[in-house]
Design a protein around this ligand. Sequence first.
Ligand code: CAA
Length: 249
Amino acid sequence: MTEKRRLAVVTGGLGGIGTAICQRLAKDGCKVVATYHPAEEDKLADWSAARTAEGLDIGLVAGDVSSSEDSARMMAEVAEKFGAVDILVNCAGITRDTTMKRMQADQWDAVIDTNLSSVFYVTKPIWEGMLERGFGRVINISSVNGQRGQFGQVNYSAAKAGMHGFTMALAQEGAAKGVTVNTISPGYVKTAMTDAIREDVKEAIISGIPMRRMGLPEEIASAIAFLAADDQAYVTGANIPVNGGLFMH
Ligand code: CAA
């Protein structure tokens, strides 16, 4: 529990991992705002009702993180409605898996814009405020596939590897000012994203995971809670794997 109630923003907040992060940070005493893509409006009522039933009061703001203009507008709305952001979790992400032979430019662009450029667009509006206040936690959700590559994911692996480059550079800009910037690289986690993998491919993937199972969203959220805490101020520029042993380095 922090002394001051921290404001945490989680992009992709309605997704499998995003929801678990919202739940965990709210339970740890933060005021949490989940951002979501305008196209997810139909999920909103059920999602909110489920959080209310859990006793959690989570703010919601819509925005398209793949657009620089809409990200700026979204973060201005967050500031106006909820105040200064202390913790930002860049969790929004998509896949457009296919082999290089078949991949088209629109599949490349969609993944790079949503998974990588978004991290710049969403962090940019709140960065100076974090430096000025002398406190901030930026946590980027990358992937094991950004660390080791994955057949059928040149777009996703490139974007996820790029996220950690962003982390290491920005961590250096925040280090002397009380702002930490870190990456979490989940392995295969049980969510709608991994449910979409073909069953035979999924079985082969699980058999290659030393723990022989997918991760749980709560296991990712627990690593976020560690990095977001007020009393964890000395880890920065790190890439923490949470992958059941799938990739070790
Ligand atoms: N390494 C080497 N060769 C492989 C391979 C691999 N990992 N996977 C498939 N191949 C080979 C196959 O054996 C096959 O060879 P032949 O033509 O000689 O038989 C050939 O490549 C074609 O394979 P597919 O039948 O799978 O090809 P497809 O076009 O039907 O499907 C694909 C392509 C959609 C990319 C599919 O392979 C796939 O879904 N792969 C998994 C991708 C993946 O892991 N995505 C992760 C999504 S979840 C996520 O991203 C979250 C996260 O952060 C972890």
